[in-house]
Design a protein around this ligand. Structure first.
Ligand code: HEC
Length: 149
């Protein structure tokens, strides 16, 4: 059972790496024009993300998002250190293509965007009037920075 799950997970990881490669080839490498400090999601999205999180993610990543035996932290310096200077499409893709590990690609893209919004809120980035998109091209334009610019 465990081995089968690992094999399936490996197959998914392989195909998503290929897709990511294909997607990046030829794409213009413009510098992002926004950061996560620019109020890039709404409070409503974060609230919806919270309920999705409680349904699907909490058992591994914990009620305070600080991780546990089965999942890594999704808040704090260790988490932000992994994502600093990357762009939101990468965090979005990570969730879309690999979470939850036993059923990747099962979450609708709008819901993945709301989960990203929830993670941003829990990491103290500000909410605002703009809805966070599920368009990878637009998410590429938002950089993850840890200190307020
Ligand atoms: C069965 C346990 C499990 C569930 C359920 C799960 N995760 Fe994970 N998650 C992990 C593990 C283990 C890792 C670390 C390995 C990896 O990065 O793939 C991880 C890594 C992550 C990362 C990357 C963390 C980093 O520091 O780079 C994110 C983001 C994430 N999970 C989000 C989610 C979200 C959102 C959900 C719910 C939709 C979810 N996970 C459900 C186990 C789980």
């Amino acid at each position: 059972m465990t081995h089968r799950v690992v094999l399936i997970a490996a197959a998914f990881a392989g195909s998503s790496a290929l897709a990511a490669f294909a997607g990046r080839r030829g794409a213009p490498s413009a510098e992002p024009t926004h950061t996560v400090w620019d109020s890039v999601y709404t409070a409503t999205q974060a609230t919806h993300g919270d309920s999705l999180y409680k349904g699907t993610c909490v058992k591994c990543h914990g009620a305070t998002l600080s991780g546990g035996d089965e999942g890594t932290p999704l808040v704090g310096p260790a988490f932000l250190g992994n994502w600093r200077d990357l762009t939101l499409d990468q965090l979005y893709d990570k969730i879309r293509t690999s979470m939850p590990p036993d059923n990747p690609k099962s979450i609708a893209t709008r819901d993945v965007a709301d989960l990203v919004a929830y993670l941003l809120s829990q990491n103290q980035f500000p909410a605002g009037a703009k809805t966070l998109t599920d368009s990878v091209d637009q998410l590429k334009d938002i950089k993850i920075t840890t200190s307020r610019p």
